[in-house]
Ligand binder design. Structure first.
Ligand SMILES: NC(=O)c1ccc[n+]([C@@H]2O[C@H](COP(=O)([O-])OP(=O)(O)OC[C@H]3O[C@@H](n4cnc5c(N)ncnc54)[C@H](OP(=O)(O)O)[C@@H]3O)[C@@H](O)[C@H]2O)c1
Length: 342
């Protein structure tokens, strides 16, 4: 039977939270493979905060998605046809080739990465064993220059990146404080991830609770959210503190292609302090040459039970836009995934 690929194309640039009219679901028959091509059946699609930024026609560290182009995203799946020696039928791969249910591509495409299900469940290669895990790993070690005597604060602490940051810092011996939204997420941060403190930024007593938990100040603030959370942590930074700026999700819906005024960012908040703490934005791809080492360590820690993580799953490729809205509004709990096929 002819296979049909379903793919989400970007149709319109959003203002604020992206609604369904921003995308179009297109169905097309899959053509026969040419030499050196493979066909991947996608099983899981990752939904990540950066996708919102790529919907804007704005300069950033990478190009925006063009209108009419497949929405950007990483997925994992299995090779079901191959005309290449590089991949055999049955191999599992991660592919950064967009929101689609099948991927037909050249086997040499640099967006492909072989993954190994004996190391971790395949969807974990979109979470703690994949891009978010590596982001945590390099952000904490290389940008944060973590030491065991540090007090480490991480925001979006129950999420895909934050949960790995917090547990890595704990395993290194740091005093660890995770900031998250609501009791359920905070209970996970404290009781399951095992951080020393979990602070709810939605609570009326947020600033007092944070100040009490950070009784000796803060040496590393791993920035994921921006806004009021960053302002509260900024007051507690110790001399010599480092602030790896991984992201600032609270502002993502306020960056719009046609807005003249940019929202406040962590660069405004930390740059205005006196003295200015060491702070910089980093992208996980800066460390691409060391990705294998990070994956190895992360999967080993997962195997030893040192990294625990949550997943939130929506079914079918049709749910991808809703998945993105859920991530941008904090409805996800842990890694947001779309189960595309069995
Ligand atoms: N630089 C890089 O290379 C890189 C790579 C991956 C990710 N990132 C960044 O890392 C951060 C976390 O990404 P992730 O994939 O791990 O996502 P995630 O934490 O799994 O999910 C996003 C979380 O952000 C929090 N959030 C949403 N809106 C918020 C708001 N207005 N104020 C405060 N918190 C809000 C929510 O948690 P609560 O319910 O706890 O608020 C939500 O669950 C993002 O900023 C992302 O852009 C950067």
């Amino acid at each position: 039977m002819e296979k049909i690929n379903k793919k989400w194309l970007l149709k319109k640039r959003p203002k604020g939270m992206p609604d369904d009219s921003c995308w179009k679901l297109e169905e097309s028959p899959i053509k026969e493979l040419e030499d050196n091509q493979i066909l991947i059946k996608v099983m899981w699609l990752s939904i990540d905060p950066y996708m919102r930024g790529r919907m804007n026609d704005m300069k950033s560290y990478t190009d925006p998605v063009a209108l009419g182009e497949v929405m950007t995203g990483e997925s994992v799946g299995q090779v079901i046809q191959s005309r290449s020696d590089k991949f055999q039928i049955g191999d599992y791969v991660a592919a950064h080739l967009g929101w689609q249910s099948y991927i037909r591509c050249n086997a040499e495409n640099p967006a492909l990465m072989r993954i190994f299900p004996d190391l971790a469940p395949i969807q974990a290669f979109l979470g703690p064993a994949g891009m978010p895990g590596r982001t945590a790993y390099f952000g904490l070690k290389e940008v944060g220059k973590v030491k065991e005597t540090d007090t480490v604060v991480v925001s979006a602490a129950s999420g895909a990146v934050g949960s790995v940051v917090g547990q890595m810092a704990k395993a290194i011996g740091c005093k660890t404080i995770g900031i998250a939204g609501g009791k359920k997420k905070c209970d996970f941060v404290k009781d399951v991830m095992g951080l020393d403190y979990a602070i709810d930024y939605k609570s009326k007593t947020f600033k007092e609770d944070l100040t009490k938990a950070c009784s000796n100040g803060v040496d590393i603030y791993f920035e994921n959210v921006g806004g009021e959370v960053s302002k509260a942590v900024a007051e507690l930074l110790n001399p010599g503190a480092r602030v790896p700026i991984c992201g600032f999700i609270s502002a993502y819906n306020s960056f719009n292609s046609d807005s003249s005024k940019l929202p406040e960012t962590p660069f405004d908040i930390f740059g205005a302090l006196n003295p200015v703490p060491e702070h910089r934005f980093f992208v996980v791809t800066e460390f691409i040459n060391d990705w294998d080492r990070a994956t190895q360590e992360l999967t080993e820690w997962m195997r030893q039970g040192k990294i625990k993580y949550k997943e939130t799953v929506l079914k079918n490729i049709e749910s991808a836009p809703q998945g993105l809205r859920d991530v941008l509004s904090g409805k996800n709990f842990g890694k947001q995934l779309i189960k595309v096929s069995d």
